[in-house]
Ligand binder design. Structure first.
Ligand code: CO8
Length: 259
């Protein structure tokens, strides 16, 4: 299958690699990209030769978030009905083979959330993680308010969600968000090494290990994510969402009215 927003290849006949590829928008995640990503992940999951999957971006950005240009015009009705944005973000959770996020550069908003949906994160030394949605009048909408506290604790998660500050790779590793840091030049090699190790094991045991570790984190998560999703939808009814996203797109400081 050919894709427009991602690149897909296989290494050593057993590792599937998906590279996000919208460089002009720092890999902003629009509906088309998320649909293609879901298709590619499902195809690798169904391929018996593939033992592990790597999801990566460019040197500058893993992904700078959901596509603000696409989202800016949406109404509450649009997003609540699920025709846009939220429709195809759950596919990655259905993948039973391990998915490693190899993150370089920005992993912000939905990009940070996408990395956290993977099974673990290997970061390049230039990686930056953040949940800056508050700056554009919304909140994380793909599990960020639920997975980030589980990964780094409440205090750091609150700090990131409320101040929009970014965490560099060193802090992210110290806090437990990422499993390893390597120089950018070594990122692909390190991720491939880990993926080949995993692919060398029993796929059934690997799937069981993944399923079992995930059990430790799933308690109450679905309710939390649904709660977050409804709030995310509701924010599209506010003037501040329109103002925040328009200000970003027209490169000016937003004037929030708290309405
Ligand atoms: N959406 C659309 N376009 C983007 C995005 C984005 N998220 N991020 C960057 N771009 C575009 C810029 O508009 C710019 O385009 P152009 O060249 O046409 O002006 C290009 O990428 C390069 O960006 P910058 O010029 O801004 O590059 P800088 O190096 O100056 O800054 C930053 C890089 C800091 C990453 C900056 O681009 C930025 O702050 N981006 C926005 C980050 C952000 O707010 N992300 C959160 C978005 S909201 C979200 O993700 C909600 C997720 C909910 C998912 C719900 C699913 C269920």
């Amino acid at each position: 299958m050919s894709y427009e927003n991602i690149e897909v290849r296989v290494e050593a006949e057993k590792v599937g690699i998906v590279t996000l590829n919208r460089p002009k928008a720092l890999n902003a995640l629009n509906d088309a990209l998320m649909t293609e990503l879901g298709q590619a992940l499902k195809a690798f999951d169904a391929d018996p030769a593939i033992g592990c999957i790597i999801l990566t971006g460019s040197e500058r950005a893993f992904a700078a978030g959901a596509d603000i240009a696409a989202m800016a015009k949406y109404s509450f009705q649009d997003v609540y009905k699920g025709e846009y944005i939220t429709r195809n973000w759950e596919t990655i959770r259905q993948i039973r083979k391990p998915v490693i996020a190899a993150v370089s550069g920005f992993a912000l908003g939905g990009g940070c959330e996408l990395a956290m949906m993977c099974d673990f994160i290997i970061a390049a030394d230039n990686a930056k993680f953040g949940q800056p949605e508050i700056k554009i009048g919304v909140i994380p909408g793909a599990g960020g308010t639920q997975r980030l506290p589980r990964a780094v604790g409440k205090s750091k998660a609150m700090d990131m969600a409320l101040t929009a500050r970014m965490m560099d790779a060193t802090e992210a590793e110290r806090a437990g968000l990422v499993s390893r840091i390597v120089p950018y030049e070594k990122l692909a090699e390190e991720a491939l090494g880990a993926a080949l190790t995993i692919a060398s094991f029993s796929q059934i045991a690997v799937m069981a290990a993944k399923e079992s570790v995930n059990r430790a984190f799933e308690g109450g998560l679905s309710d939390g994510v649904m709660f977050e999703r409804r709030l995310f939808h509701a924010l599209f009814a506010t003037a501040d969402q329109k103002e925040g996203m328009d200000a970003f797109l027209t490169k000016r400081t937003p004037d929030f009215k708290n309405e």
